[in-house]
Design a protein around this ligand. Structure first.
Ligand code: SF4
Length: 66
């Protein structure tokens, strides 16, 4: 799985950080998402899928290949 985030779409809501704090963080200055791990281990995949589904801005994209 490879993750990409769209910083322009992100509205800084922070749901992704609450669901998957090992993968997502937020910039201190404006709350925009910071991707900590673009290719997380399998154990984190359920949390990453949940983060993508709860993101209100649809700013998290998942590529299931690889
Ligand atoms: S949940 Fe979506 S909008 Fe909120 S911080 Fe994460 S990527 Fe940004």
């Amino acid at each position: 799985m490879r993750i990409t985030v769209d910083e322009v779409k992100c509205c800084g809501a922070g749901q992704c950080v609450m669901v998957a704090p090992d993968v997502f963080d937020q910039r201190d200055e404006d709350g925009v998402v910071v991707l900590l791990d673009a290719e997380p281990p399998a154990v984190l995949r359920p949390a990453v899928h949940e983060a993508a589904s709860v993101c209100p801005a649809a700013a998290i994209a998942l590529d299931r290949r690889g």
